[in-house]
Design a protein around this ligand. Structure first.
Ligand SMILES: Nc1ncnc2c1ncn2[C@@H]1O[C@H](COP(=O)(O)OP(=O)(O)OP(=O)(O)O)[C@@H](O)[C@H]1O
Ligand SMILES: C[C@@](O)(CCO)CC(=O)[O-]
Ligand SMILES: [Mg+2]
Length: 402
């Protein structure tokens, strides 16, 4: 039995422009994570079981059926095979109608069938719990792709390396999103803070901010689809390239300057650039009235600057506080968002631990193991319970391998 874990991410500068090979800055939201429990013993034999309690979704497939369907596996091919995707859809997922369930199961089966060769396919139960809001712009899909890739590579007896995990997680992201930039899975794999350029590892580099980056994240609970928003921007780009290209170039300058400002802890510059980046995203049509409420309240209470983060259209906003924001101002800001709008706010330090692995056989304290298993078996473990019992570097002090 083992658990894999990976964080969500916050894009600080450069969402959407990242898809067009412009630099972007992102950091791990390392306390908001997905955890995948892998059980291979004392479970139903010859069955692959999936349990995603956050989505209230469970499913089973006979391993024999799976192997008949795809007798060859494609461990070498880290590109998206439309024919494998189609086979999965028609033969294994035709009974699933909920779109969230469908995309999660597609990603799960695609990675399972591609990574684990038939000789290593035996009875398996996979249970995934997460403290990340689902589909909110904080990279929940990437975090799920990373924990699945890491676990399946281990079951396939591959030597685990961040490069390999990240390559497969990108395939998982392609299953969910089409053609993403790869920034989300890269952060979920490596953690920390990065300046990222799509398909350009030479110019993707770690950032070392002088001061810890503390921010407020606000989840509007407004659902949206990253895939749709990215494709809306594509349509705009293709219809008016002479207007959209300079906006994307401007975002690239914002990201480069913003990365430097974060490293040098130049808060005034960071705040200006957050405001500019949000304005540019508004001009691409990816904001939402529910996000503008947060931005307007930030301005009204003069606590700092806010931008949308992730694909926008709902989901989450990121607020950096200015030096003059008092504790009362911040409390008023958060209370108003929580109480008047039923938004959820988190104060988060950005950066920290990327993907990690916990071998439950190494834990000798039986009570500690049963507390961990209870979290996966419960349908509604709270964020606090999960953090207390599982968070890498958290109070339970577990032997996570990074
Ligand atoms: N806890 C979870 N359990 C199972 N699947 C999940 C979970 N969280 C996310 N997913 C999968 O990820 C999908 C959401 O991905 P989507 O890219 O739309 O949002 P996001 O990754 O949270 O936001 P963004 O890509 O803008 O950062 C869900 O439809 C589901 O398939
Ligand atoms: C909107 C986007 O820039 C970020 C989604 O988290 C898409 C991507 O980079 O693939
Ligand atoms: Mg996503």
């Amino acid at each position: 039995m083992f658990v894999t874990s990976a964080p969500g991410k916050v894009i600080i500068f450069g969402e959407h422009s990242a898809v067009y090979y412009k630099p972007a800055i992102a950091a791990a939201a390392s306390s908001l994570r997905s955890y995948l429990l892998i059980e291979t013993e004392n479970i139903t034999t010859n069955v692959l079981q999936l349990s995603f309690p956050n989505l209230k979704f469970q499913h089973k497939w006979s391993i024999e059926n799976l192997s008949q369907l795809t007798d060859t596996h494609s461990l070498q091919s880290k590109t998206l095979s439309q024919s494998l995707l189609q086979t999965i859809d028609t033969a294994l997922l035709s009974d699933i109608v909920n779109p969230l369930h469908k995309s999660a199961a597609q990603c799960f089966l695609y990675l399972y069938l591609s990574i684990i060769p038939p000789m290593h396919r035996s009875s398996l139960k996979c249970t995934l719990i997460s403290t990340l809001p689902v589909g909110a712009g904080l990279g929940s899909s990437a975090s799920v792709s990373v924990v699945l890739s890491q676990a399946f590579l281990k079951l396939a007896q591959c030597t685990l390396s961040p490069t390999l995990i990240n390559e497969w997680a990108y395939v998982g992201e392609m299953v969910m999103h089409g053609k993403p930039s790869g920034i989300d899975n890269t952060i979920a794999t490596y953690g920390g803070a990065l300046q990222f350029i799509k398909d350009d590892p030479q110019n993707t580099k770690e950032l070392f901010p002088k001061k810890p980056i503390v921010a407020i994240l606000t989840y509007t609970r407004i659902p949206r689809s990253t895939k749709t928003l990215v494709s809306n921007v594509r349509v705009l780009y293709e219809s008016m390239p002479e207007i959209v290209e300079p906006i994307l170039d401007s975002m690239a300058h914002v990201a480069l300057k913003g990365g430097d400002a974060l490293q040098e802890a130049k808060l005034d510059d960071v705040l200006q650039l957050v405001r500019i980046n949000h304005g540019l995203l508004v001009s691409l049509g990816v904001s939402h009235p529910g996000l503008e409420i947060i931005r307007n309240l930030t301005t009204e209470l003069q606590v700092g600057e806010t931008k949308l983060t992730g694909a926008g259209g709902g989901g989450c906003a990121l607020t950096f506080l200015n030096n003059s924001a008092s504790e009362q101002d911040v409390a008023q800001f958060r209370d108003t968002l929580n109480q008047r709008y039923d938004y959820q706010t988190f104060e988060t330090t950005l950066g920290g631990i990327g993907c990690s692995l916990l071998d439950l056989n190494q834990i000798t304290n039986k009570e500690q193991i049963s507390a961990i298993l209870d979290l996966f078996n419960s349908q509604n473990a709270s964020m606090e319970q999960i953090d207390n019992n599982l968070l890498p570097g958290g109070p339970a002090d577990l032997p996570w391998k990074i």
